[in-house]
Ligand binder design. Structure first.
Ligand code: ADP
Ligand code: MG
Length: 693
């Protein structure tokens, strides 16, 4: 039996290990640096590197790497060995402070969105001491930020760390007004629920669309989908259970708090949720979780699909981002407190979040926008593409009271006492749930449900931190000038709620009535990625990112460019895959069946050919449709080659390739349900979804 406490964190250079492997003064200095987020001085760095290497060698490491998160959304690593020759026949294992603190990589092939010209193609990585180093694949991995020659961020970690600074700074500024001077740090904390599919590896390898695109480009609806609701929370099949057990153990060894696991709604779909942690570390851990899911699946003859919509007709996969902010003194600022002062503060923070979400619907939408998630958002299974906030009836009725104009004077005069009359001790009713909401208050945190399953949570959290920091900053600006704190606080809350109440919606987000209501309320509605991304560089957004030093103007533009590029590349790969499979597999298979029917018909002479005639008629008509659709897709794929502007290309890809592929899919799926099973060249949905026992 696994001794969990014993294996937990054994592959991590964590606090316990640091104490053991570092001289006492070095340890102290490193802890100080970690707490302040400052850079380590070079003498200390040499000692830390030495300790880290000695520990890593005991874990079987032969190499080290700066582990970073480029704008591809995944992680990157280049391994260097510890070996250092001492003469022509001997080596020692060496690792210097310089190697620990920074690295240089010829990283010219990572997306830079125009930030880096080829003549200065080098990228630089810098140690993030706030996230522990760890050993995986015989390699000491050092979490790092990644930037250009001129110091511009080329990764997802740097802006996230900067946004942590912003929320810390602005939250503490506000807390001071509530007399909370003892707070030295405010952190955003996140728990990311990860959904995924598991399919049999042998089946997967026979579906090049899954191999190249991560999703099926065609596939007829199986006789049974998710309608029986028998998979959701169902007993976990032995092969999946064995995978989950090994996954848990590997994650625990990496210090990841893997905790909840269950079957999800669609057949072959599952979920894993860790216990939440500081957003920067939660982001690193989610990346490692996705990596481990894939690796461990392979050991069980399985493939883990992280795409947002691997199969049409059943649910797609998301990654619910549970976000809260808390102080180093242990107060979760999103927890409705027991005491009046806590309630007042809670109410103010809640109001700030409502304002932030309403004013930045575009940015939150952009933070989850990509080609994969477009297939999921807005379906009747996933949050809609329109932002709204669910608060629950209890909280909403309190806010309604405030907006209805309860006079601040009616309340007790003490500075911090306003909460009592406004906000009775709140029961956080966990049954008060609305699964259709994209952004739901769930007792002591907000659950942002729009991120897709393959998405790096760095961007959504960078945006959350920044927009809330901005709202808090505006509140502090107003309240720092106040001469009558209680009255001004009440007024601020009331006026802000009135200005932003349109974003609150407790009803069914899937309903047609809501789609109408969205228009009336004037909420932003971006149906797909290409509609949303142009707003990244809107002046209001650039100004806010610059004000909080999260992204420079050039960095925002580069991110926008990368999003456009990624979108177009993704659709191009899908189009080329579809063309290849239709030409070389589907058409030949269908023609073979057609020929068989023709031969049958000819051979029958005096007998009825009703079946052959009827099938041939249907199949010939579908084949024509298939071929026409193929030629259109091919022509548009060719046309796309001539478009150089990233935005234009993304727009064209959506307008032409996306629509062409959807149209082409129809005759393919219809043919699949007519053609002889033995001749159909690919595993069907039924086989993919039900073969794992
Ligand atoms: P649900 O009922 O939605 O499954 P859980 O309480 O199980 O809610 O939490 C889901 C995720 O939210 C988990 O990853 C959990 O650790 C995380 N979570 C819980 N409390 C907080 C919090 N205060 N801040 C951020 N994440 C949290
Ligand atoms: Mg869930």
């Amino acid at each position: 039996m696994t001794n969990v406490p014993e294996i937990f964190g054994i592959n991590v250079f964590n606090d316990t290990v640091m104490k053991e492997y570092l001289p006492a003064d070095v340890y102290k200095s490193l802890r100080r640096t970690m707490a302040r987020g400052a850079t380590l001085d070079s003498q200390i760095a040499d000692a830390v590197a030495e300790g880290m290497k000695e520990w890593a060698l005991t874990k079987g490491a032969t190499h080290f790497t700066h582990w970073f998160q480029p704008m591809t959304g995944t992680t990157a690593e280049k391994h260097d060995s510890f070996i250092k020759p001492v003469n022509d026949s001997q080596i020692i294992m060496a690792f210097s402070g310089k190697n620990l603190i920074s690295g240089e990589a010829d990283a010219s092939s990572f997306p830079s969105g125009g930030l880096r010209a080829t003549f200065e193609a080098r990228g630089y990585s810098a140690w993030d001491p706030t996230s522990y180093a760890f050993v995986k694949d015989h390699t000491l991995c050092i979490p790092t930020a990644f930037c250009s020659y001129r110091g511009e961020s080329l990764d997802k970690k740097t802006p996230l760390l900067r946004s942590q600074e912003a929320i810390d700074r602005e939250a503490r500024r506000l807390l001071k007004l509530f007399g909370m001077d003892d707070v030295k740090r405010v952190n955003a904390e996140v728990g990311a629920e990860q959904e995924y599919f598991l399919v049999d590896a042998a089946m997967w390898s026979r579906r090049p669309d899954l191999v190249y695109c991560g999703r099926t480009l065609f596939g007829a609806r199986p006789p049974k989908g998710q309608e029986m609701h028998d998979h959701y929370y169902g007993q976990i099949k032995p092969r999946v259970l064995a995978f989950m057990k090994e996954l848990d153990e590997e994650l625990w060894k990496l210090g990841i708090l893997a905790s909840t696991e269950h079957n999800e709604v669609a057949p072959a779909q599952h979920e894993l949720a860790p216990i939440f942690g500081t957003v920067n570390i939660a982001t690193d851990h989610n990346q490692l979780t996705m990596e481990m899911m894939k690796k461990i699946a392979a050991r069980h003859g399985l493939v883990c699909l992280l795409h947002e919509k691997p199969f049409a007709t059943v649910n797609g996969s998301g990654k619910h981002n549970n976000w809260s902010i808390s102080t180093d003194t242990g107060i979760n600022l999103l927890k409705p407190g027991q005491t009046p002062s806590q309630n007042a503060l809670f109410l103010l923070i809640l109001t700030a979040i409502i304002k932030a979400v309403d004013e930045n619907q575009d940015l939150l939408r952009i933070s989850v926008a990509d080609a994969g998630n477009d297939h999921r958002l807005g379906g009747n299974e996933a949050p809609p593409a329109v932002l709204s906030i669910f608060l629950g009836s209890e909280l909403e009725s309190i806010l309604e009271d405030i907006m209805a104009g309860e006079k601040p004077e009616d309340r007790p005069k003490t500075k911090l006492n306003i909460g009592a009359s406004v906000l009775p001790v709140l029961r956080c009713d966990s049954t008060d749930r609305n699964r259709t909401s994209p952004f739901a208050f769930t007792g002591n945190k907000f659950e942002f449900r729009m991120p897709g399953s393959s998405c790096s949570i760095a961007c959504p959290n960078m945006i959350m931190n920044t927009i809330v920091a901005e709202a808090l900053s505006q509140f502090s600006d107003a309240l720092e000038q106040s001469t009558d704190f209680t009255a001004d606080l009440n007024k601020l809350i009331c006026e802000t709620l009135l200005a932003h109440r349109r974003i609150i919606f407790n009803g069914d987000n899937y309903s047609a009535a809501w789609r109408e209501e969205v228009k009336k309320r004037g909420l932003s509605s971006f149906a797909h990625t290409v509609e949303a991304i142009p707003h990244y560089t809107d002046e209001k957004n650039v100004t806010m990112f610059e004000k909080h030093k999260v992204l420079s103007r050039a960095e925002v533009a580069s991110r926008q460019e990368v999003l456009f590029e990624n979108y177009a590349k993704c659709l191009r790969v899908e189009a080329l895959t579809m063309i290849d499979l239709v030409r070389k597999d589907i058409i030949p298979a269908v023609l073979r069946y057609q020929n068989f029917l023709l031969d049958q018909r000819a051979a029958k002479k005096d007998f009825s050919t009703k079946v052959e005639d009827s099938l041939l008629k249907k199949i010939c008509a579908l084949c024509d449709k298939l071929y026409d659709g193929l030629e259109i897709l091919e022509a548009h794929t060719e046309e796309a080659k001539g478009i150089t502007d990233a935005f234009e290309l993304a727009r064209f890809s959506r307008a032409a390739l996306f629509e062409d592929m959807a149209a082409l899919r129809e005759p393919i799926d219809a043919l699949e349900s007519l053609v002889d099973r033995k001749l159909w060249p690919f595993p069907t949905y039924a086989e993919l979804l039900y073969s794992v026992k």
